[in-house]
Write a protein that binds this ligand. Structure first.
Ligand SMILES: *[C@@H]1O[C@H](CO)[C@@H](O)[C@H](O)[C@H]1NC(C)=O
Ligand SMILES: *[C@@H]1O[C@H](CO)[C@@H](O)[C@H](O)[C@H]1NC(C)=O
Length: 250
C-alpha cells in the first residue's frame, strides 16, 4: 500500500513537471514565433528584441519613430545602396522592422483559389471578402490573367515604383527615370498621354477603385495589369457588371 501511494505521488509529480515543461516550452515557442516571418501569434513586441534595440512601438505594434535605429538590421542585410541596385525583399524586411507582426495573409492578387485563404474570409471588405465569395468567384471565372507577365515574374528581384497623383512631378522631367523601373504602378485615372516627359510612358499596374476609374475603355493601357481595389460590397458588384457587360443599377 505504502509503495502504491509512493508511486502515485511520483506519477503526479512527473505529470506536474511535464505540464510545467510543456508550458515553458510553448511559451518559448510563442516568444520565438513572434519574431518569425510567418508568425500567426500576436505578442507584445516590447518583451522581445525591440527593447534591446531601444525601439519603441505603439499599442498596435507599429514602430513609433521611423527615424530610430530601424536600419540596423537593414544595413547589415542591404549594404549596397548604389543607385539602381536591386534589393531583394527589401520592402518586406523594412515592413517587418516597422511592424514586427507583419505577415502576408493571402497572395497579392486573388485568383480562383481564393477560398483557400482562411484569414481573409472572416472579415467583410475592406479587410476581407466575407459575403462576397459568390460574386468574386464569378468575376475570377472569366479572368484570363491574374498576374504580371511571365517575363517580369521570372525576375528574382524587381524594382518597383508607385507614381502618385499629387502633381509634384509636374515639370520635373523625371519620366525617363521612372521608366527605368521594372514595375510601374499608377493609381486610378492618372493620365500618362501627353505627360510622358514628367511621369514616364510605361504602366505595369493600374490600381483602381470604382469612383476613381478611367471611364473610357481607350483610357486603359493595353499592356498594363488592371488591379481592382474593392473597399465595399458595391465595388464588387460594379466590377461584375463591367466584366459581364451588365447595366449598373445602384
Ligand atoms: C552595387 O550595385 C551596383 C549596381 O547594381 C553594382 O554595379 C555594384 O557592383 C554593387 N556593389 C557591390 C559592392 O555589390
Ligand atoms: C510647367 O511648365 C509650364 C510651361 O513652362 C507652365 O505653363 C506650368 O505652369 C508649369 N507647371 C507647374 C506646376 O510648375
Amino acid at each position: 500500500m505504502g509503495v502504491l501511494v509512493h508511486v502515485r505521488n511520483l506519477l503526479l509529480a512527473l505529470c506536474l513537471v511535464l505540464v510545467l515543461g510543456f508550458l515553458y516550452y510553448s511559451a518559448m515557442k510563442l516568444h520565438w514565433n513572434s519574431w518569425g516571418q510567418d508568425s500567426h501569434f500576436v505578442t507584445n513586441p516590447f518583451d522581445a528584441g525591440g527593447q534591446s534595440l531601444g525601439l519603441e512601438y505603439d499599442r498596435l505594434g507599429f514602430l513609433l519613430r521611423l527615424d530610430s535605429r530601424l536600419t540596423l538590421e537593414l544595413n547589415s542585410k542591404y549594404t549596397n545602396f548604389t543607385e539602381g541596385a536591386c534589393k531583394p525583399h527589401y520592402a518586406a524586411t523594412q515592413m517587418t522592422a516597422i511592424f514586427p507582426r507583419f505577415m502576408k495573409p493571402a497572395p497579392m492578387f486573388l485568383d480562383i483559389s481564393f477560398k483557400r485563404w482562411a484569414r481573409i474570409k472572416d472579415f467583410p471588405p475592406p479587410f476581407g471578402i466575407k459575403g462576397q465569395d459568390n460574386i468574386i468567384q464569378r468575376i475570377l471565372e472569366t479572368t484570363k490573367e491574374y498576374n504580371l507577365t511571365p517575363e517580369l515574374n521570372s525576375r528574382s528581384c524587381k524594382r518597383c515604383i508607385v507614381v502618385g497623383n499629387g502633381g509634384v512631378l509636374a515639370n520635373k522631367s523625371l519620366g525617363s527615370k521612372i521608366d527605368e523601373y521594372d514595375v510601374i504602378i499608377r493609381l486610378n485615372g492618372a493620365p500618362v498621354k501627353g505627360y510622358e516627359k514628367d511621369v514616364g510612358a510605361k504602366t505595369t499596374i493600374r490600381i483602381t477603385y470604382p469612383e476613381g476609374a478611367i471611364q473610357k475603355a481607350e483610357g486603359y493601357e493595353k499592356d498594363s495589369l488592371f488591379v481592382f481595389a474593392g473597399f465595399k460590397p458595391q465595388d464588387f458588384k460594379w466590377l461584375k457588371c463591367i466584366v459581364y457587360k451588365e447595366k449598373v443599377v445602384s
